[in-house]
Design a protein around this ligand. Structure first.
Ligand SMILES: Cc1cc2nc3c(=O)[nH]c(=O)nc-3n(C[C@H](O)[C@H](O)[C@H](O)COP(=O)(O)OP(=O)(O)OC[C@H]3O[C@@H](n4cnc5c(N)ncnc54)[C@H](O)[C@@H]3O)c2cc1C
Length: 375
């Protein structure tokens, strides 16, 4: 029996487990992560309005591990020796025959003064800290922005920032104090969110105009101070700044011998295989995989890649060709707290559905539907 090890208890890692077991794999599987909990990032957008708590978004995995017969290794990966087939953690070494790396991305915190901003991708604590600070304000300017990894433009996450800016606009209107706040959206890109498609970018910017959200676009970021966002195109006064920096790969991979992309992500091929090492796969936010320019860093993509990695891993174990390629799709509901706009993209078509109430509800329904796999 081969020992399969999975790093990361997020979307990619857990989907890989479900796929392996669904395909009849009875081999021992060990999952390594710092906490035995699945965290559902997509619903952080509802934290400022008090519609979600940490408990709502964190699913303890003990029942899932039992159902799927998973050995859990609590620990943080600190290194990997792909030749010795060993994963090093702060809680001992784990030996593997096959490995799926799904440890997510890391946000580049290099801009001067970035400590003055709030990054919701850091998780619940950062989003709650933003919410608490917002609660102390009677008025002022709220700034929202995102940037990319200059060495790997695909390693970025902008969608949630659109959701936060529209969500805060709706919340302030519901609280009948929108007139006391100025909302501004900034991005070094002249067409932010371009991979959603040209029509979608136009629609998003049109919505911002309609909702009196100012924009500051196409100016390189210089940094932040307590009450200012500094760009090469001028400063933006801000009493509270939410900023999503570009993404890079895990620090532990640096000396592992795995190939890294220019942007610092772990390189894989269209089959999610890590080049040069049999039986090692990489998926999700921390992976640099081939695909169209618009390929998103999304949970949905992590899932699609994990399914492919699991299938190829089993094929390889049986001595069959591991040639399945992952599908690329972008599915995004930009939620505004009470409505949602849908963008779907694949290699054949782009679909854009205008803002409607049903789409916000379907995003909430999907959260329940998805998480029931792990409860
Ligand atoms: C506010 C917000 C809204 C979003 N909305 C959407 C949306 O609407 N739709 C969508 O598809 N996507 C959305 N996303 C993106 C989505 O959450 C990510 O793309 C997804 O989580 C990536 O999955 P992953 O498995 O690669 O990584 P993650 O889900 O980040 O999981 C990584 C796992 O690895 C573990 N880990 C990290 N480092 C180590 C280590 N050194 N050792 C061991 N384990 C480690 C982590 O603890 C975690 O368990 C959103 C993200 C945010 C922040």
């Amino acid at each position: 029996m081969a020992h399969i090890v999975i790093i990361g208890a997020g979307f990619g890692g857990l989907t890989a487990i479900r796929t392996l077991r669904k395909l009849g794999c009875r081999d021992p599987i060990t999952l390594i992560s710092p906490r035995p909990v699945m965290f559902y990032y997509a619903s952080l957008i509802w934290v400022p309005a008090g519609q979600r708590t940490e408990a709502d978004l964190s699913v303890p995995l003990d029942k899932f591990f039992k159902r799927q017969n998973i050995k859990y290794h609590q620990g943080t990966v600190t290194g990997l020796d792909p030749k010795a087939r060993e994963v090093q953690t702060d809680n001992g070494t784990v030996v593997f025959d096959s490995l799926i790396i799904a440890s997510g991305g890391r946000f580049i915190k290099k801009l001067p003064g970035i400590e003055h901003t709030y990054t919701p991708c850091d998780g619940y604590a950062a989003t709650k800290a933003y919410t608490d600070r917002f609660a102390t304000l009677d008025g002022g300017t709220l700034a929202f922005g995102f940037a990319t990894n200059p060495k790997e433009p695909a390693a970025m996450r902008g969608g949630p920032i659109f959701e936060f800016v529209f969500g805060m606009d709706t919340l302030l209107r519901q609280q009948k104090r929108r007139d006391k706040f100025d909302l501004v959206f900034f991005s070094p890109a002249p067409e932010p969110g371009k991979r959603l498609g040209a029509k979608a970018v136009k629609a998003v910017l049109r919505e911002m105009k309609k909702h009196n959200i100012r924009t500051h676009l196409g100016h390189k970021m210089k940094g932040f101070s307590a009450d200012t966002v500094h760009t090469e195109g001028g400063d933006i006064h801000s009493d509270l700044t939410m900023f999503m920096p570009g993404m890079t790969g895990p620090t532990w991979a640096t000396n592992s011998g795995l190939q890294l992309s220019e942007g610092g992500l772990i390189k894989g091929d269209a089959q999610c295989r890590v080049p040069g090492f049999k039986g090692i796969y990489v998926v999700g936010d921390g992976a640099s995989l081939p695909g169209p320019k618009w390929m998103p860093k999304q949970a949905h993509m992590a899932d699609l890649q994990a399914i492919t990695a699991a299938r190829n891993l089993l094929a390889e174990q049986k001595g069959e060709p591991a040639e399945e390629e992952f599908k690329t799709e972008l599915v995004c509901i930009i939620d505004t707290l009470n409505k949602g706009m849908l963008i779907f993209r694949n290699d054949k078509r782009t679909i854009l559905l205008p803002k409607m109430r049903a789409l916000s509800w379907s995003k909430r329904f999907f959260e329940w539907y998805y998480l029931r796999n792990y409860r």
